[in-house]
Ligand binder design. Structure first.
Ligand code: COA
Length: 337
């Protein structure tokens, strides 16, 4: 039997900053909102935020270290870090994270694809391995979204949160548990204003003026994002399932980007994913953008509630607009110690 070469997930790790914020805690309790609204409209009860001075890079280092430990390796050929909140406008955060992890002069770059970032970063790692450019890749999704959230905006402050998750990809074969079997990505830049940090980039003078008005926070048109998210996550999930020839009812593990429980339920219903396959933690961690999928992955690996080799579907949608889905099998990895 000839084995098909593939990138295989062999390690996973995650990290949440220690500051736990309940719906009833400040500064959320100062807003014109309440616990009942937040729970019923988003599914969120708690989230974690960084402390002043704690950065995306700091979270990424912690998650990356745990993923390397779980894969039982100390070196990789590439670090890909997906984030919307890099430590600096320039340089990228990935090289600093690689250095903190003692990975030497390894190739390292950031991916900017908002809440779909983890699927894009996985696709990059997968492609490097398939092209023979890397044997082992550390893929991290890390965010400190609280640093770009306006605490007085009830439409975003209750939703966005901080955290990091990471996986190790290694060259292996498609028959192994943890193999990435298909990836589908897409974008629609005409929708860029749906969720945007308008100021601070190179598009000026308008955005310089916005910067002066304090437009360095993420602004979101929530209901529009909601309907685009449902439509695109459903479409791209169907596409990736078609690529691997799976009917939706054979999916044993489904992890959608943890934006809002109502979005996740709608997508899973429309795609036809069985109830027991639906995994998530938006209730406890909120919307952590590119960290959200690996945070769930790590949590479920720790719980050991999904068996190695289970048919797994990942799907995400984010600002840009961008979207992505991955079909894979559940990895056979031990929880990081
Ligand atoms: N507390 C109380 N009321 C709130 C509120 C809050 N935190 N946020 C909004 N509202 C109000 C609105 O002002 C609006 O009031 P109005 O009817 O008097 O105008 C009403 O509740 C409904 O607002 P709406 O924005 O339609 O609520 P929603 O049910 O769509 O929930 C989000 C808002 C942000 C939770 C939701 O739109 C969402 O999750 N959007 C998608 C996010 C997403 O896709 N992210 C993926 C990539 S980041």
């Amino acid at each position: 039997m000839s084995l098909v070469s593939a990138a295989v997930i062999t390690g996973v790790g995650s990290y949440l900053p220690s500051r736990l914020v309940r719906n009833t805690d400040e500064p959320l309790s100062l807003l014109d909102t309440d616990d009942e609204w937040i729970r019923s409209r988003t599914g969120i009860r708690t989230r974690h935020w960084v402390e002043p001075g704690e950065s995306t890079g700091d979270l990424a280092v912690q998650a990356g270290r745990r993923a390397l430990r779980s894969a039982e390796i100390t070196s990789v050929d590439l670090v890909v870090l997906s984030t919307t909140t890099p430590d600096h406008h320039s340089p990228g955060t990935a090289p600093w994270v690689a250095a903190q992890l003692g990975l030497g002069n390894v190739a390292a770059f950031d991916v900017s694809a908002a809440c779909s970032g983890f699927t894009y970063a996985l696709a990059a790692g997968d492609a490097w391995i398939k092209a023979g450019m890397a044997e082992r890749v550390l893929v991290i999704g890390a965010e400190a979204l609280s640093t770009i959230t306006d605490p007085s905006d009830r439409g975003t402050a209750v939703v966005f949160a901080d955290g990091a998750g990471a996986v190790v990809l290694q060259r292996g074969c498609a028959e192994e548990p943890g193999a990435l079997l298909a990836v589908r990505l897409g974008s629609d830049g005409t929708q860029k204003d749906l969720a945007i940090v308008a100021a601070g980039g190179s598009r000026w003078p308008e955005e310089r003026q916005q910067a002066a008005r304090g437009e360095r926070c993420l602004r979101m048109q929530g209901p529009q994002m909601f309907s685009h998210a449902v439509r695109r996550m459903t479409e791209v999930s169907r596409l990736v399932l078609e690529s691997v020839g799976w009917q939706p009812d054979v999916v044993e593990a489904f992890i959608g980007h943890q934006a809002n429980q109502r979005i996740l339920d709608k997508v899973a219903d429309l795609v036809g994913v069985p109830g027991p396959a639906r995994l998530g933690n938006v209730r406890d961690v909120g919307n952590t953008s590119s960290a959200s999928i690996p945070l769930v992955l790590d949590e479920v690996v720790r719980e050991k509630s999904v068996g190695a080799g289970a048919r797994t579907l990942l799907t995400a949608f984010g600002a840009g607009a961008v979207w992505g889905s991955v079909a894979m099998t559940w990895p056979d990895i031990r929880p990081p110690s």
